[in-house]
Design a protein. Structure first.
Lengths: 326, 330, 258
């Protein structure tokens, strides 16, 4: 410890420390001078500004807050209607409703998957071009700028501006729009993974005279691949939700069905469709989360063993951090 | 080569995955190809002179064998190879399902070109004419972020076993969170527009804010929940050992640890809100999206193009500002 | 003060942490527990404030029987039993003063904790605790800006702010270098002397145990196998506890100590 000077005998000690210590008995000496409380002015001003912005925003939205009063009543009504729709007996017609919701959801999943694959194919090379430790500065700046523009544009804009005119209204246009807009996020995340690689293997590869390609293949890819796969899968989850957005434009899938149903206010079928969306999305999220975990942390068996070893090293249920010297 | 031959001990062979596993994989591959043939609805045929073969299943089969050969060469484990096969299978299923083709790119390009040309010629004046809609959009994003992130934090705290009062509460709130998260923002938009009335009924902004709030809760609860799960448990134990209540422990030991992550997620959500408001406007919730919707119905592509350029600029500015703030926080 | 009678601890996995421990620790004693890893030292200490619930037998602290099933009672118990950890367990992102104020939790209403508005007398107590360990000048620094030894002293101040009757220290110096470790143990020892707070410390290093303890307890396999005043803790006795001969690693380097 460096501050050995601050240690001074403290007298007189508070007698009977278990009774409520009172001020006055304790006389600190000069070295124990209490520090002045630092000013929190900047912090408080920031909070104040935030509060003002929030209140100003509430009035600037021009939203009719009075409408909130009727919301609970409406919600009860409509949720009852939806619940009745979900709970109604499975006649052939109702079965048809469930099936069409399911088919449309599967189409959304297909759109999302193809979009993710298209994005994934481009994202790996783009990720390398956008990684500072792989690319010369001018190229890096240009690629980074292009990527941030792509990320700024909502997928719906790609759909309206580029895909619909050429590919026409349909799932293919949706998938391609998702694919292009996936490139932005995927490449950025992958480039960050690449920038975060352990420099050791890179340097040893460079020292042994590896070319750029060899270096990427043997020193970078093995390190980042699990993370990249996790990023791709995560984007797939995001794309499933995004495909619903494109559906509203007529790109097919669950979004098209949903907006059609809302158009005619078929609340029973809306209820059925929402249930299908929730169930399918949660199942896919769970599978994807399981695979991501598996890819990053390896097989579950190994992990369990490691955990047991951790426990054994220390007889305590709550293992304290740090290794024991004995 | 004058290296003297050393009496070398047997060198370990590079481990080869069990041939039986690969036989199983081969069987899986054949099954997959049969599935391709069975489910193929495409009429595209490949003419090889003697016969006409369905194009998509052939492409799929080629992909399957290529992946299998690659895995065998690289000596990947059977499970990874199976994963690769599954990816090919799902991709084929999705691709044939949506009729994937790039042909329109050269066949129908002429049809789309005039529209793209209009996009390339944005009407700059229009950007300034709709500035009030921009203010509304930003204000909606601020309000929704403020409310959504507060509720999201609460739900995340209740959901994480680290900070939750009990296991049943944590499980229940977790389930609620994943339901909230699984409905896309557009779904909420349609729902609230239907319940409150849309822009036409003068309630578009309200519906939009509510939809954004639900959207934000889903994201914040997920991300913050993961952060809470991974906080350093030491200070929690220390707070426990001083006899603090759960609420005190969450406030004193958990909150300071998650604050940087939480703030940066909130800023991220704010960005997402601006993008999402475009979509929400199209279904009748207010903001800049409703302007886009109107212009779209008039096929006024150069106006849309102008709005989109402005949108990109706004998002880039927000992105930059939030990056600066995030840097200062962490 | 603290009485174990035939206390067993069985972890959910079936591992037996403590086996039939009988022990009485008097008020004001400075007790050091030694033993190998996994001998049950941490379990013994954590049983006292209920961080690890005991499964059979009876444990009393003060006049109260420790009841692991009652959250309220355990909380009241913990308010008078302070604990120090190997890894300090400070919230590194908040100030030293706020960390010390964590010790006042049990007597602070929830709304004050939520808003972070502590009473003036709590703050005064926190300052006095910091003065007692000699780092009051760092009160407004972030805890992460402090060295390991300083952080452990903040942790001691946090315990003092509780105004405890018992201090438990679980490997308080295992993450510190020897000179710093001695400083921290000296602080603990001084506080034990000055305030008469019963102090129970887990230590790995035998020499440190001999230097600071009134009484040494040796544990092996969850059982107390040695218990006596520090003078009786001879090499032979400790070898018996460890079931092997002592090595250089068991003794802490003395060179840098004050």
């Amino acid at each position: 410890m460096s501050d050995s000077s601050s240690k001074t005998p403290q007298n007189p000690p508070t007698p009977g420390g278990e009774s409520q210590p009172t001020t006055g008995q304790y006389k600190p000496d000069m070295l124990d001078a209490r520090p002045v409380k630092p000013s929190k002015l900047g912090y408080n001003i920031a909070l104040l500004v935030l509060g003002i912005v929030f209140i100003a925003a509430i009035s600037a939205t021009g939203a009719d807050w009075g409408r909130l009063v009727q919301l609970p009543g409406n919600m009860v009504n409509y949720f009852t209607l939806m619940g009745q729709g979900v709970a109604q007996p499975l006649t052939a017609e109702v079965q048809q409703h469930w099936l069409s919701a399911f088919d449309n959801m599967l189409e959304s999943v297909q759109i999302a998957w193809i979009g993710t694959v298209v994005g994934a194919l481009f994202s790996l090379p783009m990720g390398f071009l956008a990684a500072r430790n792989m690319t010369p500065l001018p190229l890096y700046v240009v690629v980074r700028f292009i990527l941030s523009v792509i990320r700024a544009v909502p997928e719906i804009v790609f759909a309206i501006a580029i895909m619909l005119p050429i590919f026409g209204l349909g799932p293919l246009a949706g998938a391609l729009a998702l694919g292009i807009s996936s490139i932005g996020t995927l490449s950025k995340l992958i480039s960050e993974a690449i920038e975060g690689v352990d420099q050791g293997p890179l340097e040893s590869a460079r020292a042994s005279g590896a070319t750029q390609v060899q270096m990427i293949r043997w020193a970078v890819l093995p390190q980042i691949m699990p993370e990249v796969i996790a990023i791709w899968l995560y984007r797939f989850e995001v794309n499933i939700r995004a495909s619903a957005i494109l559906g509203v434009l007529g790109a097919g899938g669950i979004g098209s069905l949903l907006s059609a149903l809302f158009g005619v206010r078929a609340w029973d079928r809306i209820g059925i469709t929402l249930v299908v969306i929730v169930v399918v999305t949660i199942i896919i999220d769970q599978i994807s989360a399981w695979i991501r975990h598996r890819v990053i942390h390896g097989a579950p068996k190994k992990e369990a063993r490691a955990a047991r070893e951790r426990d054994d090293s220390d007889g305590v249920g709550v293992p304290p951090a740090g290794a024991h010297p004995i | 080569m004058s290296t003297p031959a050393i009496e070398a001990p047997a060198r370990p062979q590079k481990p080869r995955p069990a041939a039986s596993a690969y036989a199983g994989l081969l069987a899986a591959a054949v099954g997959l190809i049969l599935f391709f043939l069975w489910s193929s609805t495409s009429t595209l045929q490949l003419d090889i002179g003697v016969a006409r073969l369905p194009l998509y299943p052939i492409l799929g089969a080629l992909g399957v064998f290529a992946v299998l050969a690659l895995c065998w060469r690289a000596r990947t484990g059977p499970l990874t190879a199976l994963g690769a096969l599954a990816v090919i299978g799902v991709t084929w299923w999705g691709g044939s399902g949506i009729g994937f083709t790039l042909a329109p790119l050269w066949e129908d390009f002429d049809r789309g070109w005039p529209i793209i040309q209009e996009f390339l010629d944005p009407s700059w004046g229009f950007i300034w004419r709709v500035w009030d809609q921009w203010v509304v959009t930003l204000a909606m994003a601020v309000v929704a972020t403020g409310i959504g992130c507060s509720v999201g934090l609460l739900l995340a705290m209740l959901a994480s076993p680290v900070s939750s009062p009990s296991k049943p509460v944590s499980q229940a709130v977790k389930a609620i969170n994943s339901v909230i998260r699984s409905i896309p923002d557009i779904g909420y938009g349609l729902l609230f527009v239907a319940m409150l009335g849309g822009t036409a009924a003068g309630a578009g902004e309200m519906a939009g804010i509510l939809a954004l709030i639900m959207f934000n809760i889903g994201i914040i609860a997920k991300l913050t929940g993961e952060t809470i799960d991974s906080v350093d448990k030491g200070p929690l134990e220390a707070a426990d050992a001083t006899g603090s209540t759960l609420l005190q422990r969450d406030r004193i030991a958990v909150l300071p640890q998650i604050l940087p992550g939480y703030s940066s997620y909130s800023l991220y959500v704010f960005e997402l809100n601006i993008r999402a408001s475009v979509v929400l406007g199209i279904v009748g919730a207010g903001g800049i999206g409703s302007t886009i919707s109107v212009q779209l119905s008039h096929f006024n592509y150069s106006n849309i193009s102008a709005i989109m350029i402005a949108l990109v600029i706004v998002v880039l500015i927000v992105d930059y500002v939030s990056l600066t703030i995030r840097r200062r926080i962490t | 003060m603290i009485r174990f009678s035939n206390v067993d601890v069985v972890y959910p996995g079936g591992f037996q942490g403590l086996k039939g421990v009988d022990l009485t620790i008097d008020k004001g004693e400075f007790v050091v527990i030694v033993g190998l890893s996994g001998a049950g030292k941490s379990t013994l200490i954590r049983t006292i404030n209920g961080l690890v619930p005991y499964t059979s037998g009876e444990l009393t602290v003060g006049d109260e029987v420790v009841d692991p099933t009652s959250k309220g009672k355990i909380r009241r118990l913990r308010s008078s039993v302070g604990m120090i950890f190997q890894s300090f367990n400070l919230v590194t992102r908040i100030s030293v003063l706020n960390n010390v104020l964590v010790g006042r939790c049990s007597s602070t209403p929830a709304w004050r904790s939520l808003l972070g508005w502590y009473r003036a007398e709590d703050k005064e107590l926190a300052f006095q605790s910091l003065e007692r360990v000699g780092i009051v000048d760092k009160a407004y620094n972030r805890a992460s800006a402090l060295s390991g030894g300083q952080q452990q002293r903040v942790a001691i101040a946090r315990v003092l702010a509780q105004d405890p009757e018992v201090i438990l220290a679980d490997e308080p110096v295992a993450s510190l270098d020897p000179p710093t470790a001695h400083r921290v143990l000296q602080d603990l020892r001084r506080i034990n002397r000055e305030l008469g707070i019963t102090t129970i410390v887990n230590l790995h290093h035998l020499e440190m145990a001999r230097k600071y303890a009134d009484r040494v307890i040796g544990m092996r396999g969850g059982e107390v196998v040695f218990d006596g005043p520090v003078e009786e803790a001879t090499d032979a006795a400790i070898e018996e506890v460890y079931q092997r001969s002592l090595t250089a690693g068991d003794a802490a380097p003395e060179s840098a100590a004050h």
